[in-house]
Design a binder for this molecule. Structure first.
Ligand SMILES: [Ca+2]
Ligand SMILES: [Ca+2]
Length: 715
């Protein structure tokens, strides 16, 4: 009889119904529609589906975010919880053979499919290429900013960390207590400096410099889900790279392999790994643009003349190449007057005065390698929305949208809402970078108008002076307002001024969904807003106490837990800087088997780990409204009240020295401090307690008592 049966042992954390989504099934290559067809339950947690075809490719999923990697099969088989195939049904595993969790047990997590409110998560943000290298064979230098050692050998490839390395260090992130990972855009990029992913060339493909044969994007998603970790994909809607979009639109350039600087000749300049040319050094024909919609002459040269020496006539000027000193703009620049209007805006590049004005900010090109897409056109929407839908189908749990203020709000919400419609319950947040409170027309010394400010994107109204003219848009933002105040508060060893920012919380659609942070790959809380946190360690600890207890979803930037590259510029500054001098340096050495224990013993690592444990256990810290806020520089207190979830906590924070805390007007009952375990009975609406310097008091009504172990700061 034709056909075969697929049996699958459902992991305990998965939902109770399973589906099998298949494609390339049998000679007619039939496929199912996501999430596929239901599987039939068998005994002892097994499920079965019988194919009538001779073979098929498929994934098994629970329709709620858990799924296997891609499978291929043509005979009966049993796939166990570890995704190992067996020809006959394997006997039950003994519990003892399961891998044991690292040192201290991470907080018990509900299965991903049951975690439908993103406020329950905390986020670890990393630049995939700079985190951990699991496969040196996919390493790749960018064309710019190459670091050479004393012998003149290129070292520290920009594309270095990868999915394989990230999979190998998921336990590290989980041990630190994070339940979601925000990764930089994984789609294929093209630029002289594209290791971070923000110069997309093909949204439909994962960049091959991130993947390995046994560590695809799908493998990463599956491995993260198996550990209860959600994946947040970073998405750029606003712009493409300067070469256009593969298969859709080409931007006119000369092949870079014909570029010869003034005073030199072809092959003579030391370009390190790009010696003799400036294209893709790993490809025999040494040119990185393989766009099928490029003109015939370009494609012909892409496939021939590897060294760039056969004379080529520039079709635009009639000049013959290679020619030393010939206009670098023809190789590295973009002619804004020649762009295809079906795909790109036609109003040139952003200049000085445009930064605080909505229209130019939203239709002009951000930079030479960020070309502004015509995001209001249907073909652009279809392409971008459809491309990202595929990753949502693969199991991506949330999206982070880049350069939000460069796309008009209602236009951007079309994208956000389309993705949410495709995957109901999807969490999507945005990056609207502002240095300052960012209240726009609502005051606060802001030079810019509301329609380019974070709060505007969290709302639906159209009155820039009345946030309540519209409800919640469902598109929360990174909290740059709170971040900006850190320059004058925690960076100076005080909470003084923090209450000011919370007094305007009402302008946001839902302030509890903002994503809060101390720093990220672009900014830090210092006078110039551009360095990794420079302050004392205790200041950072006090900052995390604040971020983990006030409203919002905490997000940590990779390495903060060990003060990695403390004080370094977040990005390259001078003409000659390379990544190892910046906050984007490679982190992997701290994650090697030899150094892991040392990394995990850092006081801030222990501190953040405990804050995650505490927040994880107290719903009021995740979702409660903030009330009774009081702040006096060296201390701060407030209530977090999550009435719907029956969770209520009084928080006191102390910076520098010890602080006595008293909060009036609180609920009566027995409170227990999650930090010290200290118990207080309140009968007349006032609670008083003592907090040690740089620690926190987190007094939870009917609380569970002390959570985690004391450290240098929380004690
Ligand atoms: Ca690698
Ligand atoms: Ca734009």
């Amino acid at each position: 009889m034709a056909g075969f049966s697929v049996h699958f042992k459902k992991p305990v954390a998965w939902a109770d119904s399973l589906y099998i989504h298949y494609w390339q099934a049998g000679p007619k290559s039939t496929s199912s529609v996501w999430p596929g067809v239901p599987m039939k339950p068998e005994a002892e947690g097994w499920f079965v589906y019988r194919f009538n075809e001779s073979s098929a490719r498929f994934v098994i999923n629970d329709g709620q975010g858990n799924q296997t990697g891609d499978q291929s099969r043509g005979t009966d088989g049993w796939l166990d919880e570890d995704c190992q195939w067996h020809g006959v049904q394997p006997t039950l595993k003994k519990a003892a053979t399961k891998a044991s969790p690292p040192a201290a047990k991470p907080t018990e997590l509900a299965p991903i499919g049951k975690r439908n409110d993103f406020r329950e998560e905390t986020i670890y943000f990393l630049i995939t290429t700079r985190f951990y290298d699991g496969d040196p064979s996919n390493n790749f230098f960018c064309r710019d900013r190459i670091q050479f050692n004393a012998q003149g050998v290129a070292i520290d490839p920009h594309w270095r960390g990868d999915f394989k390395g990230l999979i190998q260090r998921l336990d590290y992130i989980r041990d630190l207590g994070f339940t979601a990972i925000w990764i930089t855009p994984p789609v294929e990029n093209r630029s002289g400096l594209d290791y971070h992913g923000y110069h997309a060339y093909d949204w439909t493909k994962i960049d091959p410099r991130l993947e390995s044969p046994d560590a695809s994007y799908q493998d990463l998603i599956a491995a993260a889900h198996a550990k209860g970790i959600k994946i947040i994909q970073d998405v750029v809607v606003n712009h493409s790279c300067q070469y256009g979009i593969r298969g859709k639109v080409h931007i006119d350039h000369l092949p870079i392999k014909y570029y010869v600087p003034h005073g030199s000749e072809q092959g003579r300049v030391n370009h390190g790994p790009y010696q003799g040319h400036l294209g893709n050094y790993a490809w025999a024909n040494r040119d990185d643009i393989d766009n099928p919609v490029a003109p015939e002459w370009y494609r012909e040269r892409h496939a021939s003349d590897p060294s760039g020496i056969v004379p080529l006539v520039d079709p635009k000027t009639g000049e013959t190449l290679p020619k030393p000193g010939y206009n670098p703009g023809r190789f590295f620049g973009v002619d804004a007057n020649q762009l295809d209007p079906n795909w790109f805006h036609q109003e040139g590049f952003i200049c000085g005065g445009d930064w605080e004005s909505a229209h130019p900010l939203q239709v002009k090109h951000l930079a030479g390698d960020c070309i502004d897409l015509a995001t209001e056109r249907q073909n652009v929407k279809d392409y971008l929305i459809g491309s990202i839908n595929r990753y949502l189908d693969m199991g991506v749990d949330a999206l982070r949208i880049d350069t939000v203020k460069h796309v008009e709000r209602d236009n951007l919400l079309e994208y956000v809402n389309a993705w949410k419609a495709h995957k109901p319950g999807l969490f999507v947040f945005g990056e609207n970078l502002v240095k300052g409170y960012g209240w726009g027309d609502m005051g606060g010394g802001d030079n810019g108008p509301s329609p380019i400010r974070p709060w505007w994107y969290t709302r639906l109204g159209h009155d820039p002076q009345n946030p309540n003219s519209g409800g919640d848009s469902g598109f929360p933002q990174l909290d740059f307002g709170l971040f900006s105040t850190f320059r004058d508060t925690v960076s100076k060893g005080t909470y003084g001024g923090t209450a000011q920012v919370f007094s305007m919380d009402w302008i946001y659609g839902d302030v509890t969904q903002l994503v809060t942070f101390l720093q990220n790959h672009d900014v830090g809380p210092d006078n110039d807003f551009k360095f990794r946190f420079k302050g004392e360690q205790w200041m950072a600890a006090a900052a995390y106490n604040l971020i983990w207890t006030v409203r919002g979803i905490p997000c940590l930037y990779y390495g903060e837990e060990i003060e990695f590259m403390k004080g370094a510029p977040q990005d390259v500054e001078g003409e000659k800087d390379t990544l190892h001098q910046t906050g984007r340096a490679y982190f992997g050495e701290h994650l090697s088997d030899d150094h892991l224990a040392q990394t995990q013993s850092h006081p801030l690592y222990r501190h953040i780990r405990r804050l995650n444990q505490i927040r994880q256990a107290i719903p009021a810290l995740q979702k409660g409204r903030m009330d009774r806020i009081s702040e006096w520089g060296s201390g701060m207190s407030f209530v977090r009240d999550f009435a719907l979830g029956g969770s209520y906590a009084v928080v006191g924070l102390a910076m520098g020295g010890d602080q006595p805390i008293t909060v009036n007007g609180v609920s009566n009952g027995v409170y227990r401090d999650a930090v010290t375990g200290h118990e207080v009975s309140v009968g007349h609406g006032a609670i008083s307690f003592h907090v040690k310097g740089n620690s926190a008091g987190i007094y939870v009504l009917d609380g569970p008592g002390k959570i985690g172990e004391d450290g240098v700061y929380l004690r």
